[in-house]
Ligand binder design. Sequence first.
Ligand SMILES: NC(=O)c1ccc[n+]([C@@H]2O[C@H](COP(=O)([O-])OP(=O)(O)OC[C@H]3O[C@@H](n4cnc5c(N)ncnc54)[C@H](OP(=O)(O)O)[C@@H]3O)[C@@H](O)[C@H]2O)c1
Length: 308
Amino acid sequence: MHAAVIQAADAPPVYREHPAPEPRHGDELAVEVLAAGLHHLTRAKANGSHYSGDAAYPLVPGVDGVVRDQEGNVRYAVLDDTPLGTFADRTLIDPRRSVILPDGIDPVRIAAAMNPAMSSWVALRRRVDFHAGQRVLVLGATGNAGRMAVQIAKLFGAAHVIAAGRDAARLSALTALGADETITFDEVGRAADVDVVIDYVWGEPAAGAMIPMLVARADRTVPLTWIQIGSVAGPTAPIPAAALRSARLRIVGSGIGSVPARDILAELPELASAVTGGAIDVRARAVPLARIGEVWTEETGDRIVLVP
Ligand SMILES: NC(=O)c1ccc[n+]([C@@H]2O[C@H](COP(=O)([O-])OP(=O)(O)OC[C@H]3O[C@@H](n4cnc5c(N)ncnc54)[C@H](OP(=O)(O)O)[C@@H]3O)[C@@H](O)[C@H]2O)c1
């Protein structure tokens, strides 16, 4: 079979022949890969920079994907830490970390959507006490995960969703996806009275947003839960001490480790049916796996999905 193979942390993947995998125990299934997304997590795991653990080389990247098992079932699967990911013609999955998808689904769409959609879905369901009627700010709303967070917050009954970003044209497109307001980062004072912030940005923009938001709150004793999910603007943020004293602010993170794997896996069936049922708008671009070297570092609005 063929796979994308990475030999060292700073080396790009190379498409080449690779031994086909054989299951090592009863919990593994050898499956055909139909589509696998190139997510931030995929790159971070492959270069060893992700907080969840070191990488061992050589490795085949790919943290999840849509696969077909020997019985012909099409599944969405999330891989555990492994040197054989989904950027291959075939891989090994643990069926307990997968969900069987309905007939006729588009594997590219599912592979593109599940990772970014899971970020807000799991955070709102499993990490914080979110309930219908609350007001939500999505900080960094123009990326794949942010666009989906706007839609998922509405799906879960948010009364008002504010989408914040740095690109005015991309922001304006979010109204059609359910955003009640769109604002730039320097207008976050207008989002003062939200209950939940879903933050994909961190770094200076997140730190800079806090005080203007907090001082403008009508009642600073009303809880504000800030969920740290992504850090596209920087891995550290200079949070002013006053932010934590002057309002009822709670900062939590949501990701692998802060949410148990069993909780994340438990959300897969419902999330998969929301995506397959068309409840979430998805931007995907299919690219043949043989071209992995050309797209590995590409920054693009559409989620790249590798297909055999
Ligand atoms: N914890 C979890 O469960 C989880 C799951 C999935 C993703 N994530 C994380 O969430 C983040 C976003 O993922 P994604 O899939 O949505 O990525 P994406 O599709 O590549 O989108 C990136 C977003 O970041 C914005 N951005 C990039 N650099 C920025 C900067 N310097 N300042 C402000 N905004 C900036 C982009 O804005 P423009 O539109 O203006 O370019 C865009 O909105 C990543 O950090 C990813 O690792 C976390």
